[in-house]
Design a protein around this ligand. Structure first.
Ligand code: SF4
Ligand code: SF4
Length: 125
């Protein structure tokens, strides 16, 4: 499942360099300029950072937990995007496709977004 950045983002920039998939951009326009799509209705008006669902893998394949959420100083800011309920297998394949030059470790597959307390909110998670 891709994550999204909620409206309480304070634009500190801490998350951007931590993403293994270059999925984070300073705003919606910057993301779309790179042909990286952002969920409809999120970050409209370019006021906050965004995560592109085309490139976010929940950090599966690279880290034990989403790095953006780990470094973000704001609670409930980097959160699951219910529009993209991808399985672990789909996320691993996505990680390999995005960065074919990087090693993908199937053991790095934090599942709390998909199987944790929030997963019940999403029927196909
Ligand atoms: S969860 Fe990982 S891959 Fe997705 S935006 Fe955050 S740091 Fe990048
Ligand atoms: S770390 Fe959090 S508050 Fe800072 S830019 Fe990223 S999402 Fe926004």
């Amino acid at each position: 499942m891709s994550l999204l950045i909620a409206d309480n983002c304070i634009n500190c920039g801490a998350c951007l360099p931590e993403c293994p998939n270059e999925a984070i951009f300073e705003n919606r326009s910057a993301s779309e300029a790179k042909e990286c799509n952002v969920t409809e209705g999120v970050a409209v008006g370019d006021g906050i950072y965004v995560i592109s669902y085309d490139r976010c893998t929940e950090c599966v394949g690279h880290f034990d937990e989403p790095q953006c959420a780990a470094v973000c100083p704001v609670d409930e800011c980097c959160i699951p995007d219910p529009a993209w309920p991808e399985s672990k297998e789909v996320l691993l394949a996505k990680a390999g496709k995005i960065n074919p030059e990087k090693a993908i470790d199937p053991a790095k597959a934090w599942g709390k977004v998909r199987s944790g307390p929030m997963a019940g909110k999403f029927a196909s998670a």
